[in-house]
Design a protein around this ligand. Structure first.
Ligand code: AMP
Ligand code: ZN
Length: 484
């Protein structure tokens, strides 16, 4: 079987392009990570699920992967464009804890969610505050030709690099309304490389620098860590689509300034591909943390949703499409996952017999879908078709499912139907209690005491448990998931 060439959509050119690695032996990928001042919402987790799918497809294609995700624990202001408060400082004030405590706590919660979603950990989680000396050195190397000083710090002059903002496709003054003015900036899009602490004010996180005591600008960290860990240019840089507008254009400007190759290497941006996932939205629009209440993975689990059901929901949409979160859709994904798990459990129980065909056709269809810019919604039905192909022996189908799952990451080799029965926190009966009531109901029915049988059914329903009679999936009961 001839594998299809891998095509990925490059935000730089706004078109699909054939992917070939820069180095034959390794593909290098950098993903903008979380700012650890709060919980990540499930929209943020979509960004990491997308990066994980990209990494898994690269491995499926036989490449060795070096993937870096950073942890932003300094510098990110409430606006991406240098305005507002430092998110970490603000969280520390809100929670009356040190910034370091805040960062440690939210990093741990984030990594737990990464594990629950079966996201492959990167080769390194690079932590921004570990790189401050390198950030200062990087800033020194570009300061003279590309930066200027204001009282509030060192600023990057975007007019010193060619084609600033090409990635965002701004008309030169479009989008500026989002950028709060800072006195003395030469161009509205100029951004802080170093933020000097105001005189007499001490921040919890500050370092000495040639531009006074202060903290690095947010954009600097990703240029510095990607360069330190991967070298420039590396293969693929990923992030959410909001980063296409400000953060990534600023990273590109820094990278161009730093490489000193502006005149010599037209088109140099620091990475070959820039890839962006679209947003998870809800009825109110883009899911965001500033909106007050927001959905975390734990909220889903508390309502009876398994984390991998959310993973499957994300895989069911293309990463470049907006995806609307509704409780109905995540419940539907959970049902789909249950069906898959049940099919696999059944295959495991079937007697062995020889295959009358090979899996090649299915593998080729699966590969073709993924090679087409990671088209997971097209790849998923290939798994269903393959599992239903009766010309294949159960063993061959199970082996192929495991190969496919190396890309999908749904845990199909180990997940059981019992795992998928997540008890909502509101549930008043545990599994043993439910089974005991169902036994009593069976006895009542055997004794033709239908009034009692119905009463038990009603009692279970009041506790959020549906008794299932003759369910095609073989379930005796299921938990109701409260849908708003
Ligand atoms: P943050 O912690 O705010 O830096 O965000 C972490 C990642 O989540 C970034 O790549 C963002 O672009 C991405 N992101 C933020 N909101 C959403 C959303 N609603 N849907 C998908 N990705 C998002
Ligand atoms: Zn970044």
């Amino acid at each position: 079987m001839q594998p299809a060439p891998l095509t990925l959509y490059n935000s730089l050119t706004r078109s699909p392009e054939r992917f070939d690695p820069i180095r034959a032996d390794e593909v290098r990928v950098y993903t903008c990570g979380p700012t650890v001042y709060n919980y990540q919402h499930i929209g943020n987790m979509r960004a990491f699920l997308f990066a994980d799918t990209l990494g898994r497809v690269l491995r499926w294609k036989g490449y060795r992967l070096r993937h870096i995700i950073n942890i932003t624990d300094v510098g990110h202001l409430t606006s991406d464009a240098d305005a507002g408060d430092d998110k970490m400082e603000r969280a520390a004030a809100r929670e009356q804890r040190s910034i370091w405590d805040i960062a440690a706590y939210y990093t741990d919660v984030f990594k737990r969610d990464v594990t629950r979603l079966n996201i492959t950990p990167p080769a390194e989680w690079t932590v921004a505050t570990d790189y401050v000396p390198q950030m200062i050195a990087f800033a020194e190397s570009i300061a003279e030709r590309h930066c200027y000083r204001l009282d509030s710090g060192l600023y990057f002059d975007v007019s010193t690099v060619p084609d600033y903002g090409h990635l965002a496709r701004h008309a030169s003054d479009a989008g500026e309304s989002r950028i709060d003015p800072i006195d003395g900036k030469r161009n509205p899009q100029d951004f802080a490389i170093w933020r000097t602490s105001p005189p007499g004010e001490r921040r919890q996180m500050e370092w000495d620098s040639p531009w006074g005591r202060g903290a690095p600008g947010w954009h600097l960290e990703c240029s510095v860590m990607s360069h330190a860990q991967l070298g420039h240019p590396f293969d693929i840089h990923t992030g959410g689509i909001d980063h296409r507008e400000i953060h990534h254009p600023n990273e590109i400007a820094q990278n161009q300034a730093h490489c000193g190759c502006i005149d010599g290497e037209p088109g140099f941006t620091g990475a070959r591909f820039w890839m962006h996932n679209n947003f998870l939205v809800d009825r109110g629009g883009k899911m965001s943390k500033s909106a007050g209440e927001f959905l975390t993975l734990q909220v889903l689990v508390d309502r009876g949703i398994h984390p991998l059901s959310y993973r499957l929901m994300c895989l069911s949409a293309h990463y470049r499409s907006e995806l609307e979160f509704t409780w109905e859709s995540v419940v539907a994904a959970q049902t789909r996952l249950k069906r898959l798990v049940q099919t696999i459990e059944r295959l495991r129980g079937q007697p062995e017999k020889p295959s009358r065909s090979t899996v090649d056709k299915h593998v080729a269809a699966f590969d073709a879908a993924l090679s087409d810019d990671l088209n997971t919604p097209r790849a998923l039905p290939v798994l269903d078709t393959m599992l239903a192909d009766k010309r294949l022996s159960p063993a061959d189908r199970l082996a192929a499912a495991e190969r496919f799952d190396a890309v999908l990451g749904l845990g199909l080799a180990t997940l059981t139907r019992a795992d998928l029965r997540v008890r909502p926190v509101s549930a008043t009966l545990n599994d043993a209690g439910i089974e005991a009531r169902l036994d009593q109901r069976r006895e009542a029915r055997a004794a033709k005491d239908f009034a009692r049988s119905d009463a038990i059914r009603d009692e279970l329903a009041a506790a959020g448990v549906e008794a299932m009679d003759g369910d095609p999936l073989g379930w005796d009961w299921k938990l109701d998931i409260p849908i708003e």
